[in-house]
Write a protein that binds this ligand. Structure first.
Ligand code: NAP
Length: 292
């Protein structure tokens, strides 16, 4: 029988654990973890993401400091704010919401977040050590870390398995592949130039899809008994919905669930884990400060 990997339930458990740990940190050290969120411009999707991150913080007792800057903000103005937040003792994590307006270079802005406060884990120095055995990043990036937690909390053994990751972006595919490698999986990382992709994906005991193409992974691309983690979030037209659309993953869920040993749904799989990992990283940042 196929296991449905319920990211919503697993994330709720993790948030409860974080809530207890936050309370303990306050009681023992008098420190409340603090996350600064920086939103530039008025992109509605970004505003929604930031709102849900701040709400999740409040629910576990993490303080959040919201900064909303106009779309006309210059790169220098943003960098000045990030530098100020970098100095503040009550801010343990800084999150600069992307995408940023055109006049701001995203890489420059993200690289400006001090690595000790980079709770998104986007700093390139973090990426460098992810695949190195015996080394740990300052912070593991949230979505990839969420994928690994889903496997761990579902009891999926990673060591020795054949893992195939679809997509090599620096925020999802590449770090997931490196994290699986550091956990002793034998990893193949695929991308748009991979030749005969189905023959590669069919070898996977663990298949992670992160390409951003609705229903791309079909049942004939999956080995029976594989564990399938679907990171993709794609909006497709659905006239039966009031909104006229719905979210689907990169995997043809209905067909693949018939042959997979375990699979994440979209929505309700990897998505809720990303915010849970952001809370976890913010708590970790505050704990490190307390132990200094
Ligand atoms: P991205 O930066 O656009 O990267 C897509 C990757 O997929 C690239 O490496 C690309 O290859 C590869 N690709 C594209 N078409 C392909 C094909 N036909 N065959 C094989 N590989 C192909 O995307 P991303 O930022 O990593 O995001 C991927 C998906 O995850 C999106 O749907 C995004 O919305 C979702 N996501 C979800 C969460 C969450 O919390 N659930 C978080 C982040 C992202 P090349 O490198 O060769 O171009």
């Amino acid at each position: 029988m196929t296991t449905l990997i319920d990211g919503t339930a697993i994330a709720a458990t993790i948030r409860d654990e974080i809530k207890d740990d936050v309370a303990r940190l306050k009681a023992q050290h008098g420190i409340t973890p603090g996350l600064a969120t920086v939103l530039v411009g008025d992109d509605p999707a970004s505003a929604t993401y930031v709102r849900s991150k701040r709400k999740a913080c409040a629910e576990v007792g993490i303080e959040s400091f919201g900064y909303e800057l106009p779309a006309t903000t210059t790169q220098d103005e943003l960098l000045r704010l990030v530098a100020e937040l970098g100095q503040r003792a009550d801010v343990h994590g800084i999150l600069v919401q992307v995408p940023l307006p055109d006049q701001i270079d995203e890489k420059t802005a993200l690289d400006a977040v001090p690595i000790q406060k980079d709770v998104d884990g986007f700093n390139p120095a973090n990426l460098g050590v992810l695949g190195v055995k015996g080394q740990r990043p300052v912070f593991a990036p949230c979505t990839p870390q969420g994928c690994i937690e889903l496997l761990d909390r579902t009891g999926v053994k990673i060591a020795g398995k054949r893992a195939v990751v679809l997509g090599r972006s620096t925020i999802v595919g590449l770090p997931v592949a490196l994290m699986l490698l550091s956990r002793d999986a034998t990893v193949t990382l695929c991308h748009s130039k991979t030749v005969n992709l189905p023959s590669v994906t069919r070898e996977a005991d663990i298949l992670v899809a992160a390409i951003g193409k609705a229903h791309f992974v079909t049942a004939d691309m999956v080995k029976p008994g594989a564990v399938v983690i679907d990171v993709g979030t794609n909006r497709i037209a659905d006239p039966t919905r009031k909104s006229g659309s719905r979210l689907v993953g990169d995997v043809d869920f209905e067909a693949v669930k018939e042959i997979a040993a375990a699979i994440t749904p979209v929505p309700g799989g990897v998505g809720p884990m990303t915010i849970a990992m952001l809370l976890k990283n913010t708590l970790l940042a505050a704990r490190r400060r307390a132990e200094k």
